[in-house]
Design a protein around this ligand. Sequence first.
Ligand code: ATP
Ligand code: ZN
Ligand code: ZN
Length: 876
Amino acid sequence: MYAKVIVDVPAKQTNRAFDYFIPEKLREWVMVGSRVGVPFGPRKLQGFVVGLQDHVDYDPAKVKPIAEVMDLYPPLTPDLVELASWISNTYLCHEITALQAMIPGALKAKYERHVKISDTMAGKRNDEKHTIGQHSMLLPVQDEIISYVREKGSVEIETLLQKFAADGGSVKQLMLEGTLVEVQLIKDRMATKKILTVIPHEEPSQLLEWAEQLPGRSAKQKEVLQYFAERPYPIKLSELLNELSISASTVKGLADKGWLDIQEVEVFRDPYAERYFRRTEPLPLMPEQQQVFDRISQAVLDVRHQVFLLQGVTGSGKTEVYLQSIQTCLDQGREAIVLVPEISLTPQMVERFKGRFGNLVAVLHSRLSPGERYDEWRKIMLKQVSVVIGARSAIFAPFTRIGLIIIDEEHESSYKQEESPKYHARDVAVARAGQHQAVVVLGSATPSLESMYGTMRKNSDRALEQMSTATGNSYTAAAKSDSAARGSITAATTSQAAWSGTIQQQAAPFELLTMNNRVEGRPLPRVHIIDMREELREGNRSMFSRSLYKAIEERLHKKEQIVLLLNRRGYSTFVMCRTCGYVAQCPHCDISLTYHQSSRAIRCHYCGYAEREVTVCPSCTSEHIRHFGTGTQRVEEELSKLFPGIRVIRMDVDTTTEKGSHEKWLTMFGNRQADLLLGTQMVAKGLDFPHVTLVGALAADTVLNLPDFRAAERTFQLLTQVAGRAGRHELPGEVYVQTYAPEHYSIISASRHDYNSFKDKEMTLRKFHEYPPFHRLILITLSHEQIPLLMRTAEALAARLKELAQSLAPLPIEILGPVASPIARIKDRYRFQCMIKYRGEASISGLVQQAVASFEDVERQHKLTISIDVDPQVLM
Ligand SMILES: Nc1ncnc2c1ncn2[C@@H]1O[C@H](COP(=O)(O)OP(=O)(O)OP(=O)(O)O)[C@@H](O)[C@H]1O
Ligand SMILES: [Zn+2]
Ligand SMILES: [Zn+2]
């Protein structure tokens, strides 16, 4: 038997599977998805088994054996292995990068250099050691070193050198003469947590009998046996000691007699262990909810792969539909994955799922410690749970019987990962659901235009797609030919250049489901647009319009609650000299520094560079330096000036870094310990507080000015979402939107809760400008320290792309650029970009791969980087 293994080296030369022989003793253990240790050139590396086969078509003597298997159960399921290959093809990343993204950080390999006693020495006495040819005297310290290593089996070199620090030379000597040999071990970054546990393995009657036999002075031991006779269950050693006020030696004495067992038992680090979740029952559904639920649950029951786009206004009760659909899925004995944006993975959200499904739910988010994350993941692995709720990467949960995948707030840009693998969780979800004949529900009040387009797509795209797949295949040969074998390892025959698996490259059209009403017929809040230019003309220079000011005052009086959104990205946070116009810039990036009031420092958000605040202009020495404070901090100050005694909770990156802080603030707000919740986008999503009757958006339109074709869409989404926080329960809500662009269609549509008019207008514009979703984009960013080389390479790459695009003539492919990136320098590296615009669902990955491959030498020799982003969300 042979295994195909992808090794732990993200490089072009190793981006394919290598063949290894499976030794007899490992046959039972090696499966598709196993982690294995394999010899690779002079090293030993971790790798993933991606395939098994009976024979190889070349001299089997050249195939090296697998050295070890890392896990009892493979950490990846076969469908995930296939998905990794799809991701690598779709998003143009190394396959190992995709595989690594699917397992928890705790399982990433840690390579350790150890020494052990050489095989020839193993059976001998220390003083029988031989150096080359001659017998040598054994120094006492060498004797000690050998005995130490012998006892331990193997010792990390670092540890050994530390222990025998004074005699480092002796260690080296022993290694040189071959008494000690170096071995490389592959270890996990994190071990499972084990706790000493006392286990009674005999009947209570037997325990009592033994208690009788004990002499009188062993009263404590008697007590322990009696304790277990009454309560014959395992208990943590520490707990037992505590409970009976005894010492460990008492219990150990009993264990030595064989009357009790003390064992290390694996425990799960559970971040929610101390929390109690009140059980909830399914609510009787509203008519619109019922219709939607019927469609979804029928597809689940039919075991039919279908993607639904659920467009439901804020407060229409989407979550209840998710919960009941999941129940259908669980009743069928299948599993469900729920993705929510990191930022809205709030305690409120977790509570709703834990409340309904209790211990069947695992939670995965980035605020867990690596240990907690690992343990939640293992609960999935060991099938102790059937629902996982988590951020983006939870789409890789190692379930094997997926029936339903839900993506809440599907329009969120955070579903796209910005580092390699640069996948979009929504597209991965559709692919994975296809593997399982599962249902996908994309839910949002403001669906992305991409998903909306998915419901409009006709089969005419098919023809185009088939055409391009055929062309894509012609690149397979090119990719194959450059696969130089390494050492004695022979290249596997499969090439990864063109997708040939079972995942459909193009899914069937999505089905649109809508819910236009809030539950129990509650009205959507009334939205007022405030023209801030008008305010200025009337002499109001404050950041609050007169009407918003009055509205806040009124809520404070009525003891109702307020949510204020400040979209920080567009707000002035820089340091400027009012005399000469100097703006403090990062010396390493082309970006202005941000003022942080709490630390009185100015910082770069890209590279972390920081300096103390300036009081004198470095350019003209004027003292008229103006600090435009971090948006939210300044608003907070202003609020307490205008409304003395107002209780404000501020939520932004500065106040939510600490673990659990998110939860703390929201609980406080929920308990009405504050009047006003002020924050960045964090306050816009998913929150459901009954006493919030007023929502204000300060500087609503700042995103509109960003150089991004999605600016209008993002503005519309953000305003609709934040407006949706008001009046969700009995009390009706009201919203104030302050803007300098009151006539913009995104703001007008949002104020009327009119998704369709926004969508129609925006679709028309996108189509006209040939932007997504009608065309697709691939962004290629090149960076280097020197402009001339960078420019030359960027131009050559663009030319190469154009040349290759020519050969696909009937397909409309446009190569734009190269141009300097909107942020032209980051961390002292200049940046240029090329954009590829193309039609249809065509896969042009082969073309891009081939073009980029011709610049590999430049990349290596000059440390130039070329990064590829398929379907980019951020164009900076
Ligand atoms: N069938 C129902 N009967 C009574 N109350 C319901 C029903 N369905 C949902 N609700 C309640 O209505 C409120 C709004 O529901 P939910 O938060 O699920 O809306 P949503 O569509 O997810 O909104 P958003 O997009 O703003 O997050 C919640 O408090 C929820 O408990
Ligand atoms: Zn100045
Ligand atoms: Zn910087």
